[in-house]
Design a protein around this ligand. Sequence first.
Ligand code: PHE
Ligand code: NA
Length: 514
Amino acid sequence: MSANNESWGSRVGLILAMAGNAVGLGNFLRFPVQAVQNGGGAFILPYLICFLLMGIPLLFVEWSLGRFGGKLGNHSTPYILDSVSKKPIWKYIGVFGIFTNIAVVAYYTYIESWTFIYVFHSIVGTFTGMGKDEISLFFDNYVGLTGSDLGIPLLPVLVYVLVMGLNVYILSSGLGGIEKVAKIGMPLLILFGLILAFRGWTMGADFATAEFPDANAWDGINFLWTPQYSSLADPKVWLAAAGQIFFTLSVGMGSIQCYASYVKANEDIALNSITAGFTNELVEIVLGSAIVIPIAAGFLGMDWVLENAGFGMAFQTMPYLFQQWGPAFSMIAGVCWFGLLFFAGITSSLAMGTPWMGFMQDEFGWSKVKGAVSFGIIALIMGLPTVLFYKYGYFDEYDYWGGTVSLVIFALLETILFAWVFGMEKGWEEITRGADIRVPSFYKWIMKYITPALLLLVLLGALFTPVGNDWTSALGSLMDGHGYELDASSLISKISNADLKAQLLSNPEDTELL
Ligand code: PHE
Ligand code: NA
């Protein structure tokens, strides 16, 4: 219990802040890549099912837990969970809900800092007149993929620290600052997204060239939206879909609970949580799939997209493609794209800072400034290795443990706490108290049985993912009694750094490099 009785300024502010929390880099960078890598239309069905059976229930659980804890003066998951069950174990489990945020925000803010500097480059026209390879190399140079082994990429570190500082500054002004950023950032983000999506959707085959005669933006849209039922039996696709749902909705991390702990005791959470969740899905499904993929397909063809889908598209390919639209619109497109990413990013990174601040305030009476500054310092300490050694691909490890496995574990435990320890009857009362909509009562049953069962399956699937994510042969070898073997070539294929990959492929014995 602390003297902290802050609350959100208005309902619009709360919804925009929560939507801003959810809508993030995941919608624009992670979703399209996941969708393409998992078969486009094949991905969408498992994705939507995961949203309905895990996403929505978890939103209910986290909003309810948050508001419940907040009423008792608790604003971070250790104390929020403690307010539900006095068994000390829950308090410790709650610690997850602070530290995964810091682990994720550390690398997340780094990417956010790229978008920040790329807005600047778009405005000053850095990319004007550069060729495709040059723009791509520009990014590699920036993040330190090229150059000497231990050279410190000074500029990116500086921009990273600056953007972290901006987060700290906003956080130190409390909920009011967060609300203000969301009120400005969210509408702009949507406007920018609509401009780009419109341009993408109306491209058609206008930009097919001799080099890419088959380029057609509609191929990208069709690829994403023609359902393919075959993949429904593929565990790999389901895992990817579940992982994306978790990440994109910000569930399993403690940040929604923290935001919800500032909701007044009898204020609606049912409609608010659904509104914020659906806003995220709308932005992800409509805008997230209408920009990078169709635009890249419109210029370079769908085959190119399938081969090159990845992180690089956003920073290496897009600035080049925008140029094909002529000097004036290329600047607008660049500002829209990187500006959109920046707003998406910052409204999410702010959300990841609040659980730590809430905890320090409740437990030690720390001021906002002290909480925000200490958060920034810890995040920087955790993030700097990723920044300095980006070329060695720590990113993926980080994303896997910090951004996937721990979320699922935490989500499973909090669902058990809510539906079984607290009890689904009391839980249902929490969800529906003050509700402005009627929640379909079959969700009670889903939350008690289906959601935890699915979470357990996802967890087991994630922990025992076969090497190279190759389920068919892994299941085969299990039956042969061989189990999993370390397979260097599939590990190598996961490496994103082209130089290192080439080096390893030419000399596969040199496994020390891994
Ligand atoms: N949901 C955010 C995104 O899609 C990421 C995030 C996760 C933000 C957890 C806050 C907490 O990018
Ligand atoms: Na999201």
